[in-house]
Write a protein that binds this ligand. Sequence first.
Ligand code: DX5
Ligand code: ZN
Length: 246
Amino acid sequence: APPAVINPSVLSADFAKLGQECIDTIARGADWLHLDVMDGHFVPNMTFGAPVVAKIRPHVDRPKAAKGKGTFDCHMMVAEPNKWVRDFQKAGCDLYCFHYEAAVTSTAADNPAEHSEARTNPKEMIRFIHEQGMLAGIAIKPETGVDVLWDILDGQAKEEVPDMVLVMTVHPGFGGQKFMASELPKVTALRKKYPDLYIEVDGGLGEGTIDQAADAGANVIVAGSAVFGAKDPTAVITALRESVEK
Ligand code: DX5
Ligand code: ZN
C-alpha cells in the first residue's frame, strides 16, 4: 500500500500570515500542503489563485521526489480547470487535481480563441497536466459515482492515467463540514482494484473520522479545521499518521 500522506488544508489557516502558517505546518510533520482553489462558479465560495500559490512557494522547499515532502497539492474547485494548468505550473504547483465534473462539462466552445489548449475530457486534461510536468489528480464530488473513473484508471496510455484520485467526503466549498461516511465505499472499491493508487479523502477528517477512512484504504489525508483549529496541531498530525499507518 502507498505511504501515509498527511496533507493539511490551508483553507483553515490564517490567510493574513499564510507563508508562516505553511512553514509551521511542514515543520510540525505535515507531508504535503493542500491548497483549495475556488472560483465562485464550481462551488459557492472563492479563495485564491495562482498568484497566492506563487507567493507561498518560496517558503516551502520543493519536493525532492515526485509526491515527496513539500508537495503542493492544488485542489481545483473551478469550472474550467483547463484554463489554469499553465499558471499553476509556473506558480509552483506539483500536483494539479481537477474535478471530473468540471472536465466533462467545460467545452472548448466556451472560449475558442482565448484558450486554445482548452481540454474537454478528463483523459486529455491528465495528459495536458503531465505535459506541463505536474502530477495529475482527479476528484469526484459526493454526487458522482466512482464508476466514472474505471475507464480513466484503466487507460492504456500512461500519460492519461492520474497519479491520484480524490474522493470528496463533504460537498466541496467550505471547511469545517461534517464527514460523509457514505462516500467511503468509493474508497474501498478503488483500493480493491488499485493497491498502489494514491487515494485522497477530503472533508471532515480528524481524529474522530480518520479510522474509517484509513480502514477503507485512503492514504492521502486532507485535514483543515482539525489541524489549524487544534491547540496542538503537531499532535493531530501525528495521530492522523498513526491511524493510517496502523
Ligand atoms: C472543502 C475543501 C477542503 C476543506 C476541508 O471544499 O476541499 O479541503 O478545506 O476542510 P475540513 O478538513 O475542515 O473539512
Ligand atoms: Zn480540498
